[in-house]
Design a protein around this ligand. Structure first.
Ligand SMILES: [Zn+2]
Length: 634
């Protein structure tokens, strides 16, 4: 249910102006996508006098001020057939001031948006914040807007918006499609993908409400997903329904872009998700592994993040800054469940789940930045940590609340199982926490840390306040490995990578060769040419004063190569001599000795037979015998 005191307090900051309640009409023209330009024609009902219009700045799901006002070009305003002068706000770069002349009842806005990342000759992806304009200082849930989308002839459109006429996406008619009026808040939450190579598939037909996956690709064959993948995504729908016990959408569309040009995205929405990978992302089981949790993660956000949202991350407009505390729930619990659901639905195997968890946990455990920053601080500073860069990344920490949260919720899940003699699990908590109010349409229900603690206590009485405080608010030099250990496994380091790490490396190396993995041995991130992007603080190379930006040009008297470096690490294991490097920094060359003798080290998970195998239980399907039925819509 809604927490009205929070919403009322926020709404009272706003004055609702007396503009007409007729909807804004916006037509998004994506037919210039091959030229990297989208256009919008917008008609905004107004009254004469001063007017401030705005575009979204703080974009939900990105946790930062990532609006696209800098991409706007050819902006013009007209009323009564006359061009209006406009002036940008001096402080708020998203605000535009103009004066509506006497007698005018609407302002027409034209703008183009330069789209460099999400468009190709065959694909257009639209997140509406790049085109929307509407009156400033009004709660966006209170502004009606009616969208129309134009795409090239022969293109299909995938979206959770409701078409006003009969619309068959697989007919790929192209041209304009009109959608039912909604609000600015909901339109921002309803992206569109369009493309020449387009397929819409219905998923898990026995589940209500309806679920679809809409796929666009640059290559004709890629959008026609394999039957095995469609079965796995249908299983994902079934497993999520069972895990969360509620839903908060009228219909759900997975929007998937398979493109080396327009892919590379994962953005959650209430009734859809904008997912993008390289063009071969789901082409076979090998490529699929590195994307295994993408759909499950973004789907989970419909419950955790969209429906249940930390109160400080919800603002009634897209202009007020969002506060990132509790992102270790919003993103952290989603990170945990995304990987768990991927394993339960067959998008990855339980062994692959454990391999990938080992890599993630090891990365956190070998991160010296945790000596100065709490996990809470990585969440609060989320908006400035999106792309921290590789230099000294291990000291920066970046957005660790994702993976820290994954370990924290695994810890909580295994603890609930143990405390209740296997009678309960995180599923019981999620049924309470994510299902408040039962099934609903798209809605935002804010929460705070105390509600989280109360709901955990409803599952099993425990010092949950202390549990969260210890893991989130305190400096912890080591990662929270308690869930892995209580779950029946140990994180150890062996002289060869796990099967999954090898597989992922073989796939990525085919396209972009990776340098040697010596992070847990020498403590270096290094490219195929010897360029060093990061040095682990306090690690063997760090103690020898190596730094990011340097280049390793020779190892033990021979020119650097991946093979030579591995050979040197192995040889040093049975020698007392240090490994001799020749380093280049700008124009300077210097010899360096690295005193390291522990051989190759890669993180893997090994079974601890003295404990119950909770990880096996956690990755076991909740649905007993999933039906194998994914069918294309007519
Ligand atoms: Zn996420």
């Amino acid at each position: 249910m809604l927490r009205p005191f929070l919403l009322l307090a926020a709404a009272s900051l706003f004055i609702v102006p007396a503009f007409s309640q007729a909807p804004i009409r916006i037509t998004a023209d994506l037919s210039q996508a091959p030229r990297k330009l989208y256009s919008a024609e917008i008609d905004i009902p107004v009254e004469p006098g001063p007017l401030e219009l705005t575009m979204p700045e703080w974009i939900p799901g990105t946790h930062g001020p990532t609006g696209r006002v800098t991409d706007v070009v050819n902006l013009t305003f007209t009323a009564n057939g006359k061009t209006l002068l406009w002036r940008r706000d001096d402080v708020d770069m998203y605000g535009f001031h103009l004066t509506v002349p006497a007698g005018a009842t609407s302002v027409h806005v034209h703008l183009d948006s330069v789209v460099t990342a999400r468009a190709s000759d065959k694909i257009a992806v639209l997140e509406w914040e790049r085109l929307m304009m509407y009156p400033a200082h009004v709660p966006v849930a209170k502004i009606p807007i009616q969208p129309t989308v134009i795409v090239p002839a022969g293109w299909g459109i995938g979206t959770a918006l409701t078409p006003t006429g009969s619309y068959d996406p697989n007919a790929k008619v192209g041209g304009p499609t009109e959608f039912a009026a909604t609000t600015v808040e909901q339109l921002e939450d309803s992206p569109v993908i369009a493309g020449e190579y387009f397929h819409e598939f219905a998923l898990a037909p026995e589940i209500s409400p309806k679920h679809y996956i809409d796929v666009v690709s640059d290559q004709p064959k890629d959008s026609n997903l394999r039957p095995e993948v469609l079965d796995e995504i249908s299983n994902l729908v079934r497993e999520a329904s069972a895990a969360y016990g509620s839903h908060h959408y009228h219909v759900y569309h997975f929007l998937l872009t398979l493109s080396d040009i327009a892919g590379g995205e994962g953005l959650e929405h209430g009734q859809s998700s904008d997912n993008g990978t390289g063009e071969l992302g789901f082409a076979d089981a090998r490529h699929q592994l590195s994307n295994a949790d993408l759909l499950a993660h973004e789907f989970t956000h419909s419950w955790n993040g969209k429906y249940r949202r930390p109160a400080t991350l919800y603002q009634p407009d897209f202009a007020t800054p969002q506060v990132g505390e509790l992102l270790w729930v919003y993103e952290g619990m989603t990170q945990y469940m995304g990987n768990v659901l991927a394993a339960r639905s067959g998008l990855e195997t339980p062994a692959q789940y454990r391999d990938r968890l080992a890599i993630s946990a090891a990365n956190l455990d070998y991160k010296p930045g945790r000596d100065w920053r709490t996990t809470d601080d990585t969440a609060i500073a989320s908006s400035i940590s999106r792309r921290p860069g590789p230099d000294w990344a291990n000291l920066k920490r970046g957005q660790d609340y994702y993976q820290e949260g994954e370990l924290l919720w695994l810890d909580a899940d295994t603890l609930i199982r143990q405390l209740t003699n296997d009678q309960k699990s995180i599923t019981d908590f999620q049924h309470i926490f994510l299902g408040k109010g039962g099934n609903t349409g798209p809605l935002i229900v804010p929460y705070n840390r105390q509600e989280l603690i109360d709901d955990l206590n409803q599952v099993v009485k425990y010092d949950w306040a202390g549990f969260l405080h210890d893991r989130v608010d305190l400096i912890n030099p080591h990662a929270d490995l308690a869930g892995i250990e209580r779950g029946g496994y140990k994180l150890v380091y062996e002289d060869h990578p796990s099967a999954s790490e090898k597989l992922e490396e073989s796939v990525s190396s085919a396209r972009r060769p990776r340098g040697p993995d010596v992070w847990y041995s020498l403590g270096l991130r290094i490219g195929t040419d010897g360029s060093i992007s990061d040095v682990r603080w306090g690690g063997p190379a760090g103690k020898a004063d190596l730094a990011p930006g340097e280049k390793l040009i020779a190892v033990n008297g021979r020119a650097f190569s991946t093979e030579n470096l591995h050979d040197a690490i192995v040889a040093a294991k049975s020698s007392k001599d240090p490994i001799h490097f020749l380093m280049q920094t700008e124009d300077y060359i210097r010899p360096v000795s690295v005193d390291y003798h522990d051989g190759e080290r890669y993180p893997v998970m090994v079974r601890d037979d003295s404990k119950k195998d909770y990880l096996d239980e956690i990755t076991t399907t909740l649905i007993k015998s999933p039906a194998k039925t994914a069918v294309a819509t007519k």
